[in-house]
Design a protein around this ligand. Sequence first.
Ligand SMILES: [Zn+2]
Ligand SMILES: [Zn+2]
Length: 276
Amino acid sequence: MFVDSHCHLDRLSDQTHGGDIAATLGAARAAHVSQFLAVSVTLEDMPQLAAIARAHHDVAISAGLHPLYSVEHEPSVADIKEAAEQYGAVAIGETGLDYHYRDSVPVEIQHERFRRHLIAAQELGLPVIIHTREAKEETLALLREYSDPRVGGVLHCFTEDLAMAREAVRLGFYISLSGIITFRNAASLRDLAGQLPLDRLLIETDSPYLAPVPYRGKPNEPAWVVEVAECIATQRGISVDEVAMQTAANFYQLFRAAAPDAPEHVKQGLANAGLL
Ligand SMILES: [Zn+2]
Ligand SMILES: [Zn+2]
């Protein structure tokens, strides 16, 4: 089984199974993708995300406000916590820092927003989903200050360097790789996929964005997380089954609140490994 640890099911393209979430999830399940984490971009999405999770037992959700999303009122720590609790989120995010597009949301605002998410996550004991781009030192500094290594989180859609990944792992974080690792110009990310410990890796689509090779240019969908796993398997010289099983175990280890809904054979495997 495969887990898509990061997708935006509420933002599907009309070109993906006519924009039909059930059909999109059906296609993914047919490709043996059996768990999805639908990630929040703004707290206003929460009712819709919760409705998707209620309708699909294999969809878990997070609560957070993306660093690049403009809002009139910044959510407080209490607002973030309340949304997570009210809607049954298994994680806080996505949050973080994106200095590549610093013009859309100023750096100081991103910084404060990120800090409030980290505090909310710490107070709830929930893992954080981090979006980080061109803000290496600033991201790590905030994680050092505010994250709990026993709870941790994930650096999603990772595109930074091996040194940053290693430091994040040391702080108790997982590294999630997306379809970007299949891109022709992503040799250094493929190297990183071969070098990080397999028990700290997750896989994701970030759909509808970032479709992997050979689907580039199309709107992405969760079924294609398999391409990410295959790329990692090739890079490490191991089977795609091993990548699938280990990244699934990693997922439930990190997002423990999603684990009770894990398929029975996965729960058994995790229990045997002492992970549940
Ligand atoms: Zn992101
Ligand atoms: Zn995302």
